[in-house]
Design a protein around this ligand. Structure first.
Ligand code: SF4
Ligand code: SF4
Length: 112
């Protein structure tokens, strides 16, 4: 059965092997590039950490999409020691992850 009129273009498309001859693909000269992108620039609110309330459960670290929760790792302990504001984009996920009874993180408006 012939192809419907609206699909005539399909016969002119290149196959995947021919596409490889046309374009070698993207070239990424330096990797990784993500450290160069300071996602902290996006922030309109910032999480504030109350160290005295923190139980170091690390739920905030587990859920932070930017790996912006700073840890101190020793042979026997792993502790939260702060927030890397160069990369914290202010999404507030850490505040949601922090157990409500602990409430060691809260969002405040970004200044400036
Ligand atoms: S606000 Fe978002 S990006 Fe910033 S530390 Fe919390 S979870 Fe990470
Ligand atoms: S989730 Fe809250 S209590 Fe747990 S490590 Fe983070 S700030 Fe501390």
């Amino acid at each position: 059965m012939p192809a419907p009129k609206e699909f005539k273009w399909a016969g002119k498309l290149k196959g995947w092997k021919e596409l490889a001859e046309i374009s070698p693909g993207a070239i990424v000269p330096d990797v990784p590039t993500s450290p160069e992108y300071l996602t902290g620039d996006w922030r309109s609110e910032r999480p504030i950490w109350n160290e005295g309330r923190c139980t170091h459960c690390l739920l905030c670290w587990l859920y932070c999409p930017e790996d912006a929760i700073l840890l101190e790792i020793t042979e026997k302990t792993v502790k939260m020691i702060g927030i890397d504001y160069d990369y914290c984009k202010g999404c507030g996920i850490c505040v949601r992850a922090c157990p409500p009874k602990v409430h060691a993180l809260e969002m405040v408006p970004e200044e400036g």
